[in-house]
Write a protein that binds this ligand. Structure first.
Ligand SMILES: [Zn+2]
Length: 481
């Protein structure tokens, strides 16, 4: 479906300078020429290589057709739109690997059910505005809405990233909320996996209370369909899941329960004591290093979600970061976020999160440096304030805080995710032949990673979207729709 737009363009108007975008996309599009020449631009190519200054990049009918040093005598193709990007930088569109289309509904008092509202309008636009051009949904609460949204994006009817749909959560008992199905055993796990494969989802997400038997059955069933499974686990430890053949673990060390001495086989232990036990450990010690080696040996990828973890630590992110999301949230959602944030700040001196957060960063750095496939995601959950698009940019900043170079952080958030998806021949780096999925920002993220927030244009399949127009169109809607 995605190809239709371009086939139409090429068939109908060979040599015409203007590409066609639908009426649904038009209000958000800044550049819709079939051939675009980006001149004098700094390129961070997504491979982890250092940034290169003064490059020229040509986009033609949705593909990257030239990347190289700018020289004075270069001729732009006839009819091309030429854009001078002096002082600006491009990097590959982000490949977000934990990009739910939902958000916690505000004002959750303890006597109300924990519900997550589907953000079918705001999430796709905000991801795209933030530079995310491909997104794995990594756990669904409204799978048929996710499927419909993907179909509309692929048909060019609404703006949004290329979606890679994940199943509804494969959750055991008790489920974390009423929107989830509760598995009744390994046979039910297999049946559920088969069902969602038939509906067209392309990866699975296991959740905190799944039993070891259900998890093993789900992994085997997913692999029988040629599909992968990730997990935010609790009842099952990381090494145990690696031995079963799991493909990916979400969040990293902070949710691994295998170091809790009180943990019972197959049971998710109470979260407080587990975290306190972990906070006493040393990431460089033999136990955690052993887990890192074990995950790498079993080719288990890890998805970093530092942007949601930092909200559990007192007074993070800095208020300047928090304020960036304010206009996108409905007022009640902003109020809920600020109330919980203030409560966390009040208990700052007893919180284990400042320590756990540093440990998580160290774990992710060590895992990647030793050869593990580290990917990046948003995870717009927690108690709110973690908002699609904004959180993906924040994630890059936090990866740099963890010790990665800006180029490495961008590599983690682009090519690594594309590899896991099996799409690295199609996107994830600024390379000739790949989809023209690029983020143009003011400044130089290789010097100051915060410049990734200064998005000027987001190209997806060669169409350049205006981040301001995307954001403005869903102003105040996060938490609502
Ligand atoms: Zn999640």
């Amino acid at each position: 479906m995605r190809r239709l737009v371009w086939i139409a363009v090429m068939g109908a108007a060979c040599g015409a300078a203007t590409a066609q975008v639908s009426a649904g996309l038009k209000p958000f599009v800044k550049v819709d020429d079939a051939t675009v020449v980006l001149q004098h631009v700094r390129v961070i190519d997504g491979t982890g290589a250092p940034a290169k200054d003064d490059q020229m990049v040509i986009l033609d009918h949705g593909k990257i057709t030239f990347v190289g040093a700018q020289t004075a005598d270069q001729m732009a193709p006839a009819g091309a739109k030429v854009i001078d990007l002096t002082g600006k930088t491009i990097f590959p569109g982000l490949v977000g690997m934990h990009e739910h289309l939902f958000y916690p509904t505000p004002d959750r008092s303890p006597d109300l059910l924990p519900l997550y509202g589907e953000m079918a309008d705001s999430a796709p636009r905000l991801y795209l505005a933030g530079g995310v051009t491909a997104a794995r949904t990594t756990g669904s609460v409204e799978p048929y809405t996710d499927i419909s949204v993907k179909q509309m994006i692929d048909a060019g009817q609404i703006p949004g990233p290329k979606l890679f749909l994940t199943s509804p959560y494969l959750e055991g008992a008790p489920p974390i909320g009423p929107q989830l199905h509760t598995l009744t055993g390994p046979d039910d796990a297999t049946r559920t996996v088969d069902y969602w494969a038939a509906e067209g989802i392309t990866s699975y997400k296991a959740y905190m209370h799944i039993t070891p038997e259900e998890l093993k059955a789900a992994i085997d069933a997913a692999h029988a369909h040629g599909l992968k499974l990730t997990g935010h686990l609790c009842s099952v430890g990381f090494k145990e899941a690696a031995a079963m053949g799991i493909d990916n673990l979400e969040h990293g060390l902070a949710v691994d329960t295998e170091f809790d001495p009180a943990k019972k086989e197959g049971v998710c232990p109470p979260v407080g004591p587990t975290r306190e036990a972990m906070a006493k450990m040393d990431v460089e010690g033999p136990e955690i290093q052993g887990t890192i080696k074990d995950l790498i040996a079993h080719h288990v990828a890890v998805t970093s979600t530092l942007a949601v973890f930092e909200t559990f630590a007192p007074n993070l992110p800095p208020m300047s970061e928090a304020m960036r999301v304010r206009d996108s949230l409905m007022p009640d959602a902003w109020g809920s976020y600020m109330t919980t944030r203030a409560a966390i700040a009040e208990h700052a001196n007893t919180s284990v999160w400042p320590r756990l957060f540093k440990m998580e960063m160290q774990f992710e750095y060590d895992f990647a440096k030793q050869g593990g496939l580290l990917m990046a995601g948003c995870d717009p959950t927690g108690y709110g304030g973690v908002v699609p698009g904004f959180c993906d940019q924040r994630e890059l900043e936090l990866l740099v805080e963890a010790g990665f170079t800006p180029e490495e952080a961008i590599h983690i958030a682009t090519e690594n995710g594309a590899k896991w998806l099996g799409e690295d021949q199609r996107f994830g780096t600024v390379t000739v032949g790949k989809d023209a999925d690029l983020v143009v920002v003011d400044g130089n993220p290789a010097k100051d990673i915060a410049d990734v927030e200064k998005v000027d244009i987001v190209f997806k399949d060669g169409v350049g979207y205006d981040p301001e127009k995307l954001r403005e169109s869903v102003r105040g809607l996060v938490g609502l729709r």
